[in-house]
Ligand binder design. Structure first.
Ligand code: ZN
Ligand code: ZN
Length: 315
């Protein structure tokens, strides 16, 4: 199995424009992390249960749980003294990722609906199965990528990329899954790798060319080539030739890729709230049709009312 070692920003002095979606994806852009969080939202709390559902080696599961704890997304709570046993619960910061989880469900339901996936049968307290929508809290319209503009916020600046970690490619096969074990597989393919996730975040900042993406991410060229090819295979990016001699290509988001935008907006909201610190948000996003600063509101496509962790249930 190949080890992906990124070029270390600490060594090269590489700096990235601060971006809340990217900061969020530094925490979340990992296959096992996404599975753990999905299960946490379905009230899985105990190590053995996570392990049984994900089928991950104990050491790797421990590592991911510890990282989520260190990030502030999960907290450990003792539920048994002898022998000591802890369970993992979502913190307020973790629970606030529910909007991002809803946007992942939205994307999968729109592009890869599968009635066997429990999350696709999510119900709202209006009693109906629904698809979540992201709207502007001011004007109530749904928000797409072409509707917003971004300007520097108080926290704008440059920062080193997150510390690279030796990350095994997520090539562990879980074999054929029982229907009740299926968890948002497509989204995990797209987002469950640090570099595919970061490449998508960069694509939404308008970066299309290999050199621009490489400069922005500070990633080794072979890793970027491989991830771009994977995102093309997954139908999220489209490879287009923009120069004949020498031949050069650029990578544009497909309609399916562009439809990840509501998720990116939720990650920006979450990152602004929990990861921006006292500096404040790196960017201010404006909803152009109404001219107001964008505040996302997630609603039910069946009744139009707000969707929260308390107003939904999985069958
Ligand atoms: Zn608006
Ligand atoms: Zn509803």
């Amino acid at each position: 199995m190949a080890e992906d070692i990124a070029i270390s920003g600490e060594r090269t002095g590489h700096r990235l424009a601060s971006n809340s979606a990217r900061r969020a994806l530094d925490i979340l852009g990992d296959r096992w992390t996404l599975m753990i969080l999905y299960l946490a939202f379905t009230r899985v709390r105990r190590f053995d249960e996570f392990q049984a559902r994900i089928g991950l080696a104990r050491s790797l599961l421990t590592d991911r749980l510890r990282r989520l704890e260190a990030s502030g997304v999960l907290r450990r709570q003792r539920y048994q003294e002898r022998p000591p046993r802890d369970e993992y619960r979502l913190t307020e910061m973790g629970t606030d990722l529910f909007g991002a989880a809803l946007m992942i469900i939205r994307w999968e339901k729109r592009w890869f609906p599968d009635p066997q996936v429990g999350a696709h049968r999510i119900r709202h307290n209006c009693g109906r199965e629904f698809t979540p929508e992201l709207r502007c809290a001011c004007c109530g319209e749904q928000v797409a990528a072409r509707d917003v503009s971004a300007a520097d916020g108080p926290g704008a600046g440059l920062e080193p990329p997150a510390r690279p970690r030796a990350q095994r490619r997520s090539t562990v096969e879980r074999g054929e899954l029982a229907p009740e074990e299926k968890m948002l597989e497509r989204a995990i393919e797209v987002l469950g790798d640090r570099w595919t996730a970061q490449t998508i975040a960069s694509a939404f900042t308008g970066k299309r060319r290999f050199n621009a993406l490489q400069a922005e991410l500070g990633v080794a060229p072979n890793i970027l080539s491989e991830r771009l090819a994977r995102l093309v295979d997954l139908g999220v990016l489209d490879r287009r030739r923009y120069q004949e001699r020498p031949e050069r290509f650029e990578y544009a988001l497909t309609p399916e890729g562009l439809d990840l935008f509501p998720l990116i907006l939720e990650l920006i909201r979450w990152g602004d709230r929990w990861l921006a610190g006292t500096a404040g948000p790196p960017q201010i996003i404006t909803h152009r049709p109404c001219g107001n600063r964008l505040e996302p509101r997630i609603t039910c496509d069946q009744c139009g009312e707000a969707v929260t962790v308390l107003s939904t249930r999985f069958d």
